[in-house]
Design a protein around this ligand. Structure first.
Ligand SMILES: C[S@@+](CC[C@H](N)C(=O)[O-])C[C@H]1O[C@@H](n2cnc3c(N)ncnc32)[C@H](O)[C@@H]1O
Length: 252
């Protein structure tokens, strides 16, 4: 199990230097949907980038050399990834965004559930998108579209997405508020954001601390970006599944 945990963390330091070079904003307090938040800095811990948001140090990005770990055969059994896909309530023609899609581990099975819709698979690493593109071409899948995002913007069309999901990636977003606002913009009113993070409250989850989040922390951060929390489901062995909504504007 320890090797598995290390697998999350050993990879991808080449992808980090741009993050480490980020100009971190000053220490203004609080965040709201309308205003950019105050990020603070600390001495980076082993797995962190030294940038702190609402008391949480942001973790390093998993580089593309970690692709094998994401695709490990035992993942479905350990994390019940099949159950996650099954429990996403989707319509055949939904437009879905997989943010921090990595190898497309979730994008492809989700695409099968939206045969008349599409999955926009967003990542900041071109190497990850190349893996998705290879698989898409090899399997002849027409409804998965790789999208190159930036650290501050998922680069999605406004109001076009029915459901966005983020699995094991939000904790490594170097600009979590900006990303959450970008996802909020991309969702249609009433659209949902499903956030999956390893449970920070549960010491038995064999994942290093900065790669986990508590439910309270995740709620605090997403609510600060304008999302309404609907519920937290705990049907997965290691992860919380938090469901948020982009509130529809009130009728006159
Ligand atoms: C640990 S991997 C998880 C991949 C996939 N969601 C899965 O569970 O198999 C996290 C991914 O998030 C991506 N990522 C990090 N920051 C990002 C950002 N701001 N926007 C989009 N993707 C990002 C990384 O490049 C990496 O591919």
């Amino acid at each position: 199990m320890r090797a598995l945990v290390c697998g999350v963390l050993v990879v991808g330091f080449a992808a980090l230097s741009p993050l480490l070079a980020l100009a971190v904003q000053g220490a203004a307090s609080g965040a709201s949907a309308a205003e950019p938040p105050g990020y603070t800095t600390r001495t980076p811990s082993r797995d962190g980038i030294g940038k702190v948001y609402m008391g949480r140090e942001i973790s390093r990005v998993m580089g593309h050399l970690g692709a094998g770990w994401l695709e490990r055969p035992e993942r479905e059994r350990q994390e019940r990834t099949d159950l996650f896909v099954e429990r996403l309530s989707l319509e055949r023609d939904d437009v879905v965004a997989d943010i921090g899609a990595g190898t497309g581990y979730f994008a492809f099975p989700v695409a099968e559930r939206v045969p008349d819709g599409r999955v926009l698979a967003v990542d900041i690493q071109p190497e990850m998108l190349a893996l998705i593109e290879d698989r898409r071409a090899r399997l002849g899948v027409a409804n998965v579209e790789p999208v190159l995002g930036s650290v501050t913007d998922p680069n999605l069309p406004a109001g076009a997405v029915d459901l966005a999901f983020i699995v094991d990636a939000y904790h490594e977003f170097s600009h979590p508020w900006e990303m959450a606002r970008g996802i909020h913009r991309a969702l249609r009113p009433g659209g949902r954001l499903v956030l999956v993070e390893y449970r920070g409250e549960d010491r038995t989850v064999p994942i290093k601390p900065l790669h986990r989040m508590t439910e309270a922390q995740a709620r605090r951060e997403l609510e600060a970006a304008g999302f309404a929390w609907l519920r937290t489901d705990d049907y997965l062995p290691w992860q919380h599944v938090l469901v948020f909504e982009k509130p529809a504007p009130a009728a006159d």
